[in-house]
Design a protein around this ligand. Structure first.
Ligand SMILES: Nc1ncnc2c1ncn2[C@@H]1O[C@H](COP(=O)(O)OP(=O)(O)OP(=O)(O)O)[C@@H](O)[C@H]1O
Length: 347
């Protein structure tokens, strides 16, 4: 079944003077996704979110939200009613309780001041786990609770899509886990979530799809499972670079009917601080770890003997570093994988 696109951006770009903050960004968010918008500080995440929310105007391109293009201004404002968002730290009154703060926000957002709205306030406080602390003043809340109250505010209008800009910022590890679990709960209730973060591993576990951006450009977009599939596997160190490239050739030739369990192999430079000597060339083999012995036996039979073989755990962070060459290592050949789009800085 075709997945329904909830939000799409086409050629979305934003320039501040000479600075290009967002550059021709093509995002696609499907219904039910927890969509991670990931990238380092200053990569354009908040600017993108602000354009989606119509808080700033794109220099070029458009957003299509629930089928409605941002160029149709009135209709787009209507479509935005189906969105709840927190961008930056929401402002709350410190001497009012969580409940009273939400009431103020509800009234400000144009919700009627009636029993239905009051019930909704109770509901959202329950959803974010603050029901028992609803009557405490905001100033008594921990940072994590303050953040959750922000999310509760974003949920007031019963949105189909929730956008959370860096919701884990400033939280301790327990707070991060709390927010992550909470995002998972939202997804279980059928709410589509877009969540931005500059710390890739923090929300990797909860995302179904991600877009990784840098300098406002899309580096890669796809479902987390396929992106990471090309990351996990085993890495081999050889006594010489020549042997590593020889093994790469041999294993890529072995793929197919003779070794259906082998998805491919590519050489890369060892990251700084990794187990391999700095600057050495490693062979990454896309294979499940149970086949390490088969690989070893085959390469030895061909006279190319690995000096060391290690399993690698999939991580978006490593993937990002390899993609951008930010670690000492960089990929010496292109990224492989079916359902992803890799657009380097130069296309
Ligand atoms: N109002 C503005 N005027 C000028 N430049 C801006 C403005 N807003 C953002 N920028 C610049 O645009 C670029 C992208 O910023 P943005 O805040 O979107 O990045 P980000 O990925 O959200 O970063 P962070 O993780 O630090 O929040 C940065 O270089 C930033 O300095």
């Amino acid at each position: 079944m075709e997945k329904e696109i909830v939000l799409r951006t086409e050629g979305l770009s934003k320039r501040f003077g000479k600075r290009v903050a967002v550059d021709n960004l093509p995002l696609e968010v499907y219904r039910g996704d927890v969509f991670g918008l990931l990238g380092p500080n200053g990569s354009g995440k908040t600017t993108t979110i602000r354009m989606i929310l119509n808080l700033i105007r794109p220099t070029n391109g458009r957003v299509i939200l629930f089928g409605c293009p941002s160029t149709e201004k009135g209709a787009y404002r209507e479509a935005l009613r189906g969105v709840g968002a927190i961008v930056e730290q929401p402002l709350f009154y410190p001497f009012l309780s969580g409940w009273e703060n939400l009431r103020g926000i509800a009234v400000f957002a144009g919700l009627p001041d009636n029993s239905q709205t009051r019930t909704r306030i109770d509901e959202v406080l329950q959803m974010v786990g603050l029901a028992e602390r609803a009557r405490d003043t905001f100033q008594k809340y921990s940072l994590g609770m303050k953040q959750r109250l922000g999310i509760a505010a974003a949920l007031l209008n019963n949105p189909e899509l929730v956008i959370l800009d860096e919701p884990t910022n400033g939280l301790d590890p327990a707070g991060v886990v709390e927010i992550r679990n909470f995002i998972g709960l939202l997804a279980k209730q059928g709410i589509t979530v877009i969540v931005s973060s500059h710390i890739l591993h923090e929300i990797q576990q909860v995302c179904s799809r991600v877009a990784i951006i840098k300098f406002g450009q899309l580096l890669v977009q796809g479902d987390v499972h396929s992106l990471l599939a090309s990351q996990s596997g085993v890495r081999m160190l050889f006594r010489s670079t020549e042997q590593a490239y020889m093994a790469e050739k041999l294993l890529n030739a072995l793929r197919g009917e003779r070794a259906p369990w082998l998805n491919g192999a590519h050489c890369l430079q060892a990251e700084a601080g990794s187990w391999a000597p700095p600057g050495s060339v490693l062979l990454h083999v896309d294979v499940s770890v149970e086949h390490s012995a088969d690989l070893n036996a085959y390469l030895c039979s061909q006279g190319v003997v690995p000096a060391e073989i290690r399993r690698v755990e999939a991580s978006l962070e490593r993937y990002f570093l390899e993609l951008t060459g930010e670690a000492a290592g960089y990929m010496t050949n292109h990224i492989q994988g079916a359902s992803m789009m890799a657009l380097g800085r130069n296309g």
